[in-house]
Write a protein of this length. Sequence first.
Length: 251
Amino acid sequence: MSDGTPADLFFDAAINLLRRVREEEAESIRAAGTLLADTVAAGGRLFAFGAGHSSLAAQDVVYRAGGLALMNLLAVPGVVGVDVTPATLGSALERVDGLASAVLDTSPVRAGDALVIISLSGRNALPVEMAVNARALGVKVIGVTSVAYASETTSRHTSGTFLKDHCDIVLDSKIAVGDAELTLDTIPAPFAPASTVVTTALMQAVMATTAATLAERGIEPPLLRSGNVDGGHEWNGRVMREYGERIFYRR
């Protein structure tokens, strides 16, 4: 590492990545926000999926103050985080063929809906199969991934393809293979991952675009307010009553 504290260097790396996605992914962000707005306006439902730490960015847009009430988490038991024991089970399940099919077959996802699939590497069977099968159902798919993995690693799906190959829109997080931004002579491995910071920012940028696009069309975005501000619970109750048929995290 060069001059500066490790904390400074990490912030610099994260800020540089955020600048890159802001500039280089602007068109894709607009397209993704428009796709979600189109889905909402047409009566469709919104879902987000991520495995392992990629699930953090998916969870961040579900039941979120300031977020779209219609965004639902498509959860796969055992892969949504490190709460499963052993934590390595989640990584193993991502490589299981057929798991995505079973999840989609038993989920409320249907034609006309939109699904955001978040996978940093995009190389494992689960996100690839999820995208392929969702599109076959008539679901629009937005992929959030690091495109670099497709040129620097090999796919773990039987097709030899990556998540990016099966999406209507791809958002490239620009994260380097290995997801570690810093190195130090005294530490034998690179460290300080930034994928959560960047991917979460990408997701919130898309959500903001969706809300603004709906408003431009004269449609009030179904947004949630914080339950910790006066009137928040009443506001959220109204939104959930109005859109209850498209909200699944209350059932």
